[in-house]
Design a protein around this ligand. Structure first.
Ligand SMILES: Cc1cc2nc3c(=O)[nH]c(=O)nc-3n(C[C@H](O)[C@H](O)[C@H](O)COP(=O)(O)OP(=O)(O)OC[C@H]3O[C@@H](n4cnc5c(N)ncnc54)[C@H](O)[C@@H]3O)c2cc1C
Length: 600
């Protein structure tokens, strides 16, 4: 097993040079995010990730969470204690509102920290991630009374939160939710129904769990317009803030899964013993709308899981490739004896692929995080709108493209290990298994692609998509005419992919209205084309910064050279197939749909 090393220089480079931390720290409310404070936070997070979370990753996978006969769940050895340390160190409230005890730091800073949690222990961080979503919902739409009662404890982390959307018949299609919420005449409701696949729906970290639950009131209209959102605590909370009676929500089983074994995935029964007491969030029938607001952040976080697990799989593969001796590398003078596999060109290809994808996903996510901060805090309303539109376009890409790309990274991580990759002891297989869920929860890739196509591209006639594509094109032009010749091929390839992207947008916008099935048949290729182009955009920007620093003799020269080489590899080896995706989008719809359902 390798030990996780937080890529601090890389994280700081991306935050400072690509995402614009300096500008974000000038936004009202974010003044505390000074360079020194941010560096100190990242340093401490790196220690916690390396010393506390990483050592539990493999043992947690082997041991898994267990359902006990009394309906409680025991998380793997060490997890409860790690969670205690996590909240005692104040990590849970890092980006949460100061009025409820958080530190109110920008999302951009939280993103750097979050990456380290995901790299070191994906299963562990799912609990804080879901708590964050629940906090967001109560903060955005809960009454002042709900906020006062729940948020301080949730921000501190002494109570955790969950998101209860899924039911056996309601997965991607939440219009099919059936859980009932019956008003009691005193402002409260009683909930009846079953939720499945609820992450950390039951656990032993804390003595209360605050469930955010989608349900229907008796008079609710059919479909998505009839869903409301409720807070349902495991233990009712008395007026003085202490815990009262046990509520009627119980864990009936936990799932046996391919990965993230340490994270309990619960089936929760509501109302089997008379009804689970729930409190309405916001207004009746607007639950799905609220859920979507908070899902933006949760989807972004799952995109960050892709970055985290990819980084870890990459580090693991590099460590193995340095150690494993096998064969003489072709064409190297020194290769008179068998040497480490890292000298084989094909191993280099795999490691470069893993590295370039990871850096591209990271840069895109951090730039999106900065846009979220600007959308929230920029003093100019027009700028807030612009940043929000950019973040809205990017979030399905950060979620959908990055999680799909992480599959390839984790797959290559195994391939670099050869047979040992298939053997559990090395740990490479765990990253592959753990990564598999991220293309599924918080909306599958198909759902992200539909969102990118319908709500984020077609709805405004392709306006935002075209603005962003034009920005990519500008960077391509700067690269293509750069004084440093290493940057020019990056610009040429990026320009070709941007042209392909623009043609795909031009085709998609009318097709969404006129050939809706063909447009949707190309939705995932469209998402992938966007991801490849946007990732190349960010690596191209990184290469521009690196070339500038090299010219001025600033910074670590080896790091800057590696930035340019990685961008060049991405442009030359990973971007060319992206041009073909535009073809698949514009030409492929008919053949995708050619067979009837019974011909399969
Ligand atoms: C480990 C784990 C943890 C989870 N945690 C939570 C949680 O904490 N809270 C929670 O509420 N849920 C949770 N889920 C549920 C998860 O969000 C759903 O599994 C996911 O949304 C997909 O729903 P489904 O499984 O019903 O698949 P389905 O919706 O049945 O999808 C099956 C296939 O059909 C495709 N599909 C469906 N509709 C469309 C469409 N309109 N267009 C194109 N393709 C479509 C999907 O992309 C997929 O490929 C979790 C699931 C797992 C496995």
């Amino acid at each position: 097993m390798s030990t996780y090393r937080a890529p601090l220089s890389e994280i700081l480079f991306v935050m400072n040079e690509l995402a614009g931390l300096e500008q974000v720290a000038k936004l009202p409310g974010f003044e505390e995010a000074t360079p020194d404070t941010v560096a100190a936070i990242l340093d401490e997070a790196a220690k916690f990730a390396t010393n506390v979370l990483d050592p539990l990753n493999q043992t947690g996978d082997k041991e898994g969470s267990k359902l006990l006969p009394d309906g409680t769940v025991k998380t793997p050895t060490g997890f409860k204690d790690a969670y205690r340390q996590y909240i005692e160190n104040g990590w849970n409230g890092l980006t949460k509102p100061a009025e409820f005890g958080g530190q109110g730091l920008p999302q951009l800073v939280g993103t750097g920290v979050e990456e380290m949690w995901h790299s070191s222990n994906l299963a562990f961080d799912l609990c804080p991630l879901l708590t964050q979503g629940a906090i967001e919902a109560i903060h955005l739409r809960g009454s002042p009374e709900l906020q006062q009662r729940y948020l301080p404890k949730m921000v501190e982390g002494v109570w955790t939160g969950t998101m209860n959307l899924t039911e056996p018949q309601a997965g991607s299609d939440l219009a099919a939710v059936r859980t009932r919420a019956v008003p009691q005449g005193d402002g409260t409701y009683k909930l009846y129904g079953q939720k499945i696949f609820i992450t950390f729906g039951e656990h032993d970290y804390t003595d209360n769990i605050i469930h955010l639950v989608l349900a229907r009131t008796p008079t609710a209209p059919e479909g998505v317009k009839g869903i409301s959102l409720f807070v349902v605590p495991k233990y009712l909370v008395k007026d003085d803030g202490t815990l009262g009676a046990r509520n009627d929500v119980h864990c009936v089983s936990i799932e046996h899964k391919l990965g993230i074994h340490a994270s309990p995935t619960a089936v929760l029964a509501y109302g089997d013993k008379g009804g689970a007491v729930g409190y309405l969030v916001g207004e009746e029938n607007r639950g799905l709308e609220y859920m979507f607001i908070m899902m933006n952040l949760a989807r972004f976080s799952v995109g960050m899981e892709a970055v985290g697990v990819s980084e870890r799989a990459y580090q693991h593969a590099v460590a193995y490739a340095r150690e494993r001796v096998q064969g003489k590398a072709v064409g190297l003078d020194k290769a008179t004896n068998a040497g480490p596999i890292i000298d084989h060109p094909d191993i280099r290809r795999m490691l470069m692929t893993m590295r370039a994808y990871t850096e591209a996903m990271r840069a895109l996510a951090y730039v999106t995080a900065a846009a979220l901060d600007n959308a929230r805090a920029h003093p100019d309303p027009e700028a807030r709108k612009r940043h929000q539109a950019f973040a809205d376009l990017m979030i399905p890409i950060v979620k959908g493209w990055s999680t799909e790309t992480a599959q390839e990274v984790a797959y290559l991580g195994i391939q670099v290990h050869g047979g040992m990759g298939f053997i559990e002891e090395t740990g490479a297989a765990q990253y592959y298994r753990d990564a598999r869920i991220i293309t599924i929860y918080e909306g599958t890739t198909g759902i992200q692609a539909n969102d990118l196509l319908g709500r984020k591209t077609a709805r405004d006639g392709g306006a935002t998509a075209r603005v962003v594509a034009a920005e990519i094109d500008k960077v391509a032009a700067r690269l293509a005419s750069h004084a440093n010749p290493a940057l020019r091929p990056i610009g040429l390839r990026l320009a070709a992919v941007t042209a392909a992207l623009q043609s795909a947008i031009d085709w998609m916008v009318p097709a969404f209205g006129q050939e809706v099935r063909a447009a949707h048949a190309g939705a995932v290729p469209y998402l992938k084309l966007w991801g490849l182009a946007a990732g190349g955009w960010q690596l191209g920007r990184a290469a521009l910064v690196a070339a500038d620093k090299l010219a001025k003799d600033e910074g670590d020269a080896s790091f800057m050279h590696a930035k340019i080489a990685t961008a060049q590899f991405y442009a030359e080896c990973l971007l060319p197939p992206a041009e073909g995706l535009a073809r698949a989008i514009t030409d492929g719809g008919e053949s995708v749909l050619a067979l009837t359902a019974d011909q399969f």
